[in-house]
Design a protein around this ligand. Sequence first.
Ligand code: AR6
Length: 244
Amino acid sequence: MIIRKITLMKMKAVIATDSISLLPLRGRHHPFTRPRAATLSVAITAYTFIFGVILRIVIIFSIFVKNTWFFMKVKENSIRITVGDITRLHVDAIVNAANNTLLGGGGVDGAIHRAAGPGLLEECRTLGGCPTGKSKMTSAYNLPCRKIIHTVGPVWHGGSHDEPELLASCYDTAMKIAEDNFLTSIAFPCISTGVYRYPKREAAVIALETIFKHLDSGAYNGEVIICCFTRQDAEIYEELLETT
Ligand code: AR6
């Protein structure tokens, strides 16, 4: 019994040596060990090749398709409220509350154009404007973010002129652009609540509902920032988030 075990161990050792250096040993081997060693070597090569191919597919899929690394999220899906100037944020994209011409204006639109520089206006001239409720993306020029998503919010006329649907569509189309371009951090101002006079609380409810729809469905992977210009605006969002 002990002798058999030792013999078996020796045979395994021979096979292992064979698979490492098969060519130099050719012709000197026991007729039974050579074919087995060759089979083992072929099997190892095949497994290594298949494993390599699978690994590459996983890496390509995770980076380019799901924007993840080995199926782990690069950034946690989250929503954050901040107070300040949106033009200073180091994010993948900031959203501009623009008008139909996309050629600049006051409020956050004016701040973004001033900070981005003349290159932004030049690019915006090529876009042919934008309908209310829709969004278009440009480069960010001198801004610290990578992209600007311009959206056109509705002017408040009392609420019976499709204002809620149009405002929801602003957040929806901007998020869709972020998803299509694999952006993982996006900052929104409080669209339509300045010059366009949309009631702040109603606007915040629509903003959160639409953003959560994208986060919950998994369509968007990353961080969403609501960049409020005043502390009072931020408190509206914080209150709503606490009660949901
Ligand atoms: N960073 C963050 N939020 C800001 C900033 C800033 N730098 N500046 C203003 N806000 P508004 P609208 C806030 O009027 O109501 C423009 O002329 C502001 O406090 O900029 O969608 C366009 O060209 C408010 O909460 O946009 C259009 O004609 C929010 O941004 C029109 O105004 C939106 O206010 C669009 O009106």
